[in-house]
Design a protein around this ligand. Structure first.
Ligand SMILES: Cc1cc2nc3c(=O)[nH]c(=O)nc-3n(C[C@H](O)[C@H](O)[C@H](O)COP(=O)(O)OP(=O)(O)OC[C@H]3O[C@@H](n4cnc5c(N)ncnc54)[C@H](O)[C@@H]3O)c2cc1C
Length: 247
C-alpha cells in the first residue's frame, strides 16, 4: 500500500531536556499528530530569512502510545548545519516544521514478537528506545537485549531509564560497551562491537533473534557482516544508518 503524502506541519516545542553533554531531547506537540510505529522518523526543515531551506531526519524516541506529541533526541554535531541550530537556538515555545512519520522497514511492534536484539551506537539508540518504550507501554514480555556502544559512560543517552527498565523487567537486559574510556572498576565490554561480543549477547536467543542495528555507518556494517556468518537469516536483520563516522 502506498504511503499517504505527508504534509509539513509546525510543531510547538513544549520541552527541551538535556540528555548528555552532546544530546538533547525535544518534545514537539503536533497539530496533525499520527501514531507512528516504533523506529520511524520525522524530517525537520529549517528555513533561513533569505528563503534557504535544509532538511534532516530524526527518529522518534517516544512511544506511539504518547498521543499528540513526538520526542526527538538530537546529537550536536560540532560543524553541522541543523543539529547546532536545534541545540543552541531553539527554545521552548518555538515552532519547528516537521513532516512524518516516515519509514516502514526499520520498525518494530509487539505483534512482530521476538526475541529482540537491539544494537545501537551513539544516537543510534534513539529508534531502539522507541521500541523499548513501546514494549513497556504495552506491558509486553517479549525477551529483549540491547547492546549499546558509546565512547564513554557519559555519552550514554537514556542511562537512567535503561537501568530502571532493566531493574524492573526480567525480560530485558542492557549491555554497554565503551570504546574510549570505561569507568574505574568496569568489568563490562570496553571495545568496539565485534563478532565475539555479538556472539555472547545473542547467545540465549540464537538464530531466532530479530535484530535491529542503528548508528554510524561503520558500526552498522561491521555488525551486519558479523551477524550473517552466525547463521541469522538476513530478513531478521534490519539496519538504519545515521551518519558517516564510527563510534
Ligand atoms: C533515518 C535517519 C534518522 C536519524 N535520526 C537521528 C536521531 O534520532 N538523532 C540524531 O542526532 N541524528 C539522527 N540522524 C542524523 C541526522 O539526520 C543528521 O544527519 C545529523 O543531525 C547531522 O546533521 P547536521 O545538519 O547537524 O550536520 P551536517 O551539516 O549534515 O554535517 C556536518 C558534518 O558532520 C558529519 N555528520 C553528519 N551526520 C553525522 C552523524 N550522525 N555523526 C557524525 N558526523 C556526522 C558530516 O559528514 C559533516 O562532515 C538520522 C538520520 C537518518 C537518515
Amino acid at each position: 500500500m502506498a504511503q499517504p503524502v505527508l504534509e509539513w506541519q509546525a510543531g510547538t516545542v513544549t520541552e527541551i531536556r538535556p540528555e548528555t553533554r552532546q544530546t538533547k531531547s525535544f518534545t514537539l506537540a503536533l497539530p496533525k499528530w499520527m501514531a507512528h510505529r516504533a523506529g520511524m522518523h520525522y524530517d525537520v526543515r529549517l528555513t533561513a530569512p533569505d528563503g534557504y531551506q535544509t532538511e534532516r531526519s530524526y527518529s522518534v524516541a517516544s512511544a506511539p502510545e504518547r498521543v499528540g506529541v513526538v520526542e526527538l533526541t538530537v546529537e550536536r554535531i560540532e560543524d553541522g548545519e541543523v543539529s547546532p541550530y536545534l541545540h543552541d537556538v531553539v527554545v521552548t515555545g518555538d515552532q519547528i516544521e516537521v513532516r512524518g512519520p516516515i519509514g516502514g522497514y526499520f520498525v518494530w511492534e509487539v505483534a512482530l514478537g521476538g526475541p529482540l536484539l537491539l544494537i545501537g551506537g551513539g544516537s543510534g539508540v534513539v529508534p531502539l528506545m522507541a521500541m523499548l518504550r513501546h514494549r513497556a507501554a504495552q506491558h509486553a514480555t517479549v525477551p529483549v537485549r540491547i547492546l549499546y556502544s558509546t565512547r564513554t559512560p557519559d555519552d550514554v543517552i537514556y542511562r537512567q531509564e535503561l537501568d530502571s527498565l532493566a531493574a524492573g523487567d526480567r525480560g530485558f537486559e542492557a549491555f554497554f560497551t565503551f570504546t574510549r574510556l570505561a569507568p574505574p572498576g568496569w568489568t563490562g565490554y570496553r571495545r568496539r562491537i565485534d563478532a565475539a561480543m555479538l556472539g555472547e549477547v545473542i547467545k540465549p536467543f540464537g538464530t531466532r533473534a530479530r535484530v535491529y542495528v542503528c548508528g554510524p555507518t561503520l558500526l552498522v556494517e561491521a555488525v551486519a557482516s558479523a551477524l550473517v556468518p552466525m547463521g541469522l537469516p538476513i530478513e531478521q536483520i534490519r539496519t538504519e544508518r545515521f551518519g558517516p563516522t564510527g563510534v
